[in-house]
Design a protein around this ligand. Structure first.
Ligand code: UDP
Ligand code: MG
Length: 332
C-alpha cells in the first residue's frame, strides 16, 4: 500500500510566495502520486500562523481549486515553531509520514523524493541537512557555526545545519505529541525522541519572494530558547563562577590585610572601583540567566495551549493531478 504523505507548511504573511510554492508542491506531489511513490490522498497542509495579509484567503482559494491543499488557521500569530507543531499535530492522525518545510521555497522541493526513500528504507525521522551555507550572509554563517558549537558544549543534542526541514513518521509524531513543553525548540526535541533516523543533504536557496519573518531579535530569542530549554549548564556555570570569585575575594582579603599590616595604605581607588563594577556586572548577568530559567518555569506551569485552531479546511476528495497548475498566476 502506498503511504500517505502530508507536507506541513507554516505561513506567516507569505502572500507573495505562496502561489509559486503551491504550484511547485502540487507539481511535486502530483508527480510522486502518479509514479506510485506516495498515496494519491497525500496533502499539502498550509498552516496560517495568524497572518495579517491575504495568506488565508489564498489558502482558501487553493483549497477550493484543488483538494490537495488543506488549510489550518491559527487564531493568533504564535510563531514558527508553534505553527509547525499545530500542523504536525493535525497531520498526525491522518498520515503515515509528514514533512515540514518553510513556505518560502528555501528548502529544496526536490529533496522530498529522497526523504520518502529514506522513510521507505526504515527511517522514522529524516533530517534535511544543508550541504552548504553559501546562501547565508557571513554574519549568519559564523554566528550559526558558533551557536552549534556552544550547544554541543552545553550538552544539547542537535543535528548541525539542520533547520526544520524534516520528515517524521506517524510513530515519531505520536512521540512528539507527548512532549508538553510550551517553550518549543523542535530541533532540540526531535533528536530526544530517538527511533531510527537518517539525514538527507540539500541545497538551501535564497527566499523566493517576500521578506524573512525572523529579524535578529526573534532569532536571538530563538537561540536563547534553544539553550535554556535543554541545558541547565548555564546555571551550574553561575555556581562555578560564584565559587571562583569567592576564592579570589578571599585571596584579595588576605592581600589587603597584609598591606594594611605592613603599613602600605595604598589609595586603591582604581582597584576598588574596578572590582565594584566587575562584580556588579557579573551579579547582574547571573541574575539575568537565573531569571531566564525562572521565566521558563513560570510559563511552563501555566500550561497554556500552544496554539488555538480557528478553522480547518480539509477535503476527502482525491486531488486531481492534472490540475496541479490550478494555483498559477491567474488565481492570485
Ligand atoms: N513563520 C511562521 N510564523 C512566524 C514567523 C515565521 O509561521 O511568526 C514561518 C514563515 O512563514 C516561513 C517559516 O516560518 O514559512 C520560516 O520563516 P522565514 O523564512 O521568515 O525565516 P528565515 O528562513 O529567514 O530564517
Ligand atoms: Mg526562510
Amino acid at each position: 500500500m502506498q503511504e500517505l504523505l502530508y507536507l506541513v507548511i507554516p505561513c506567516y504573511n507569505e502572500q507573495e510566495v505562496l502561489p509559486e510554492t503551491a504550484r511547485r508542491l502540487a507539481q511535486k506531489l502530483g508527480g510522486m502520486a502518479a509514479a506510485g511513490t506516495i498515496s494519491p490522498h497525500s496533502r499539502v497542509l498550509l498552516v496560517d500562523d495568524g497572518s495579517r495579509d491575504g495568506t488565508w484567503q489564498l489558502i482558501q482559494q487553493l483549497h477550493r481549486q484543488n483538494p490537495l491543499f488543506s488549510g489550518l488557521k491559527l487564531a493568533h500569530n504564535r510563531g514558527h515553531q508553534n505553527a509547525l507543531l499545530a500542523g504536525l499535530m493535525a497531520a498526525k492522525d491522518r498520515c503515515d509520514m509528514a514533512i515540514s518545510m518553510d513556505a518560502d521555497l528555501q528548502d529544496d522541493v526536490d529533496a522530498i523524493d529522497r526523504f520518502v526513500a529514506e522513510y521507505q528504507a526504515g527511517s522514522d525521522i529524516v533530517y534535511g541537512v544543508r550541504s552548504s551555507r553559501a546562501s547565508d550572509t557571513p554574519f549568519k554563517r559564523n554566528t550559526a557555526r558558533a551557536y552549534y558549537r556552544v550547544l554541543g558544549w552545553l550538552g544539547v543534542e542537535i543535528v548541525p545545519d539542520h533547520a526544520d526541514y524534516r520528515l517524521m513518521s506517524r510513530r515519531a509524531l505520536e512521540a512528539l505529541s507527548q512532549y508538553g513543553e510550551v517553550n518549543l525548540f523542535l530541533r532540540g526535541i526531535v533528536p530526544l525522541i530517538g527511533l531510527r533516523s537518517s539525514a538527507v543533504a540539500y541545497e538551501r536557496h535564497e527566499r523566493f519572494a517576500g521578506q524573512s519573518k525572523y529579524p535578529l531579535k526573534k532569532m536571538l530569542a530563538f537561540a536563547i530558547d534553544g539553550i535554556t530549554s535543554f541545558s541547565v549548564k548555564p546555571i551550574r556555570l553561575i555556581t562555578a563562577l560564584g565559587v571562583v570569585i569567592f576564592g579570589a575575594s578571599l585571596l584579595c582579603l588576605g592581600w589587603l590585610l597584609l598591606t594594611k599590616l605592613f603599613g602600605y595604605t595604598v589609595d586603591g581607588w582604581t582597584t576598588l572601583m574596578g572590582s565594584i563594577w566587575a562584580l556588579g556586572g557579573i551579579q547582574l548577568l547571573c541574575l539575568g540567566i537565573l531569571g531566564e530559567y525562572i521565566g521558563k518555569i513560570y510559563q511552563e506551569t501555566k500550561r497554556r495551549p500552544r496554539f488555538l485552531v480557528e478553522e480547518f479546511l480539509q477535503s476527502g476528495d482525491i486531488p486531481n493531478i492534472e490540475e496541479d497548475a490550478a494555483c498559477s498566476k491567474e488565481d492570485q
